[in-house]
Design a protein around this ligand. Sequence first.
Ligand code: FPP
Length: 222
Amino acid sequence: MDGNGRWAVNRGLPRIAGHRQGAQVVHDIVATAPAAGVSALTVFAFSTENWKRSADEVGSILHLFVTTVTKWLPDLVTQRVRVRVIGERSSLPPDVRTAVRVIETQTESGDGLHLNVALNYGGRAEIVHAAREFATACAAGRATPESLTESTFESNLWLRGEKSPDIVIRTGGESRVSNFLLWEMAYAEFFFLDVLWPDFTPDALNDVIRMFRKRNRRFGGA
Ligand code: FPP
């Protein structure tokens, strides 16, 4: 969801105003994604590298996530959205961790859109976490090195149980992956858009899906 800061600065507003508008866009995309054929949506809200920002901006982003998603809860439940947070939770502020638990519990029976929110997330951190879980299982005699396959490894990822993403969209004009879903995006189709996230719309999502349908995916085949 890149471009929130620039969107605000372009308007002479504080950066958090861009994140607020960005959150509103998440709301609109969640409401329209299922009709566009999307069954799972993972948004990158806060990376393991975002702690480098000012304490003010860090606190604002984390609490914006909590307050907005908590406010949306009744709507999310009606829309049968299941919310899950992926990332390293132990270093999140205690009130954020508590809110995450409440949001996940209240939406866990949602059988509609899966909304995964990456919070204190890094693709490398996710892979290290999965490797550590597997090593712990080996040390405890619950697994052996020979039992490690792509699928047993995946069962230890934070995004376990979700199909690999078909599409990765990065807004904001940069063409890089910035440590997002490194394992999961192996065969994803990439769309690097020159639009700032707060200007992203359901129509833009539909355009991406139309372009995606025209791509020739071979998954390594001839
Ligand atoms: C990237 O733009 C955006 C972020 C680091 C934060 C995104 C977080 C939210 C929208 C919070 C709400 C989340 C949900 C799921 C409701 P940037 O600040 O790097 O933009 P810039 O490159 O223009 O500075």
